[in-house]
Design a protein around this ligand. Structure first.
Ligand code: AMP
Length: 421
């Protein structure tokens, strides 16, 4: 396998799959440039080696060509961050892109227009909801052929391929996986991908013990595979947030109107944890409100009460971990040598219910400064750790939400496999 560290980029045109799917405001200005900033080491490495870059990425979820999702909006921020002019190809394939790529000189940066302007990128036909199964099958078949052509056209622009888009590595798209086959000896991960994989492997393959996973968020159902996998790895499992109520109910508690899913599933997980000697720490108290509908509209100006987790009143919902839960968790986290955190332990988007998640972030940061290795990943926990300005106080913040979870479930990510094989 090639590595970006050893590859000779001299006079090569590297087509790099970035994840520049940045948020834009209504004036089409980039409101958070993190995803571009983290790609700078890969960009600098290619330039330092004497190469040129052809950058490909998606932006948003366009259903075809749409001004709103044009990558030209990100050019000012990109130019500022890389410190040079960006050449722009208004179509990611076609004559103009070919011409521009031919003329690239070492140190040039060519940005291709949004890959998802073509259905070929994702390989999903764009049909009306009314399409019949037959029409869907035919369209899929036709698109598969077109996708090959799309991949070949993209590949023809460059001499080597770098994948640095961890956030989309769990998708078998043209630019994230299929294109790798066109560069059998000239394909590699960028630094973001490399670091992500290293961080996750470190936690899952050789964790220093005790190893504690903190899982939160709204749904058990979406995290069931990962919970089961973690039961083979961790010593302690802290379960908070919306998903914890299903477990409390499984234990016979009264959870009021708090969110609840498959109780049998929760029972099953608790039994498995016991059999595997994993200690499960559920919340013991919770911040509740009867005005939860207001909260989900973003209004935190509501009356709250702290309840015993097993005795929530029938008309209330639990929306944040209470102080006793935090104190109990604090002890476990501070004694841990490896910590994995995925998912907020409350509705942290609303300040009234952010305290539990803020405390988890602070405690994980404290444990890290005392020598633990901490990996924070998954969209919402990353948003939380950024909201509290603690991202640089943990060992590693993963940028890939879905990709991180799938990788931890030991699903072979198409974007990873395509480079490795
Ligand atoms: P997930 O996407 O499953 O990781 O869930 C993240 C979401 O869970 C966030 O938007 C939180 O607001 C939400 N959440 C956390 N705790 C609770 C809770 N107790 N009740 C309802 N939603 C919650």
């Amino acid at each position: 396998m090639q590595s970006i560290d050893n590859y000779d980029f001299h006079r090569k045109r590297a087509i790099v799959r970035f994840d520049f799917n940045v948020p834009l405001n209504e004036k089409f200005e980039v409101t958070d440039d993190t995803r571009i900033r983290v790609a700078i080491p890969t960009i600098n490495k290619i330039f330092a080696g004497g190469g040129a870059i052809i950058a490909m990425t998606h932006l948003g979820r366009p259903k075809g060509v749409a001004e709103k999702y044009s990558l030209k909006h990100i050019i000012p921020v990109l130019e500022k961050l890389i410190g040079k002019k960006v050449i722009f190809a208004p179509d990611c394939i076609g004559d103009e892109a070919v011409e521009l790529s031919k003329n690239l000189k070492p140190g040039d940066f060519l940005l291709l227009e949004n890959l998802r302007f073509y259905a070929e990128e994702e390989g999903k036909p764009r049909l009306a909801d009314t399409a019949t199964q037959e029409e869907k099958d035919a369209a899929k078949k036709e698109l598969k052929v077109k996708q090959k052509d799309f991949v070949n056209k993209l590949a023809s622009l460059a001499d080597c391929y770098v994948n640095d888009a961890f956030g989309t590595a769990h998708r078998a798209h043209a630019s994230t996986a299929l294109i790798a086959a066109n560069f059998p000896n000239d394909k590699m991960f960028g630094y973001i991908m490399e670091n992500e994989l290293k961080a996750i492997d470190k936690v899952l393959d050789a964790p220093e013990r005790p190893f504690t996973a903190i899982l939160g968020g709204s749904k058990v159902s979406s995290k069931i595979t990962i919970i089961k996998r973690l039961l083979d790895k961790v010593d302690n499992l802290i379960l908070g947030g919306g998903m914890s109520f299903t477990f409390i109910k499984a234990l016979g508690g009264n959870i009021g109107l708090s969110i609840c899913e498959d109780v049998e599933l929760a029972k099953n997980i608790l039994e498995e944890a016991e059999a595997k000697n994993v200690k499960v720490y559920l919340p013991v108290d919770v911040v509740t409100t009867i005005q939860f509908e207001e909260v989900f509209k973003g209004n935190g100006n509501v009356e709250t009460k702290i309840s015993d987790i097993h005795n929530i009143s029938d008309d209330a919902q639990g929306l944040d971990a209470g102080p006793a839960s935090i104190e109990r968790w604090r002890k476990i986290i501070l004694e841990s040598k490896t910590i994995l955190w995925n998912g907020p332990v409350g509705v942290f988007e609303v300040d009234t219910f952010a305290n539990g998640t803020l405390n988890i972030a602070k405690i994980v940061a404290d444990a890290t400064s005392s020598g633990a290795y901490s990996l924070v990943g998954g969209g919402d926990s990353v948003a939380a750790i950024n909201k509290f300005n603690l991202a640089d106080k943990v060992s590693y913040v993963s940028t890939g939400g879905g990709a991180l979870l799938e990788y931890m479930e030991k699903v072979e990510l198409p974007g990873v496999k395509a480079i490795k094989e």
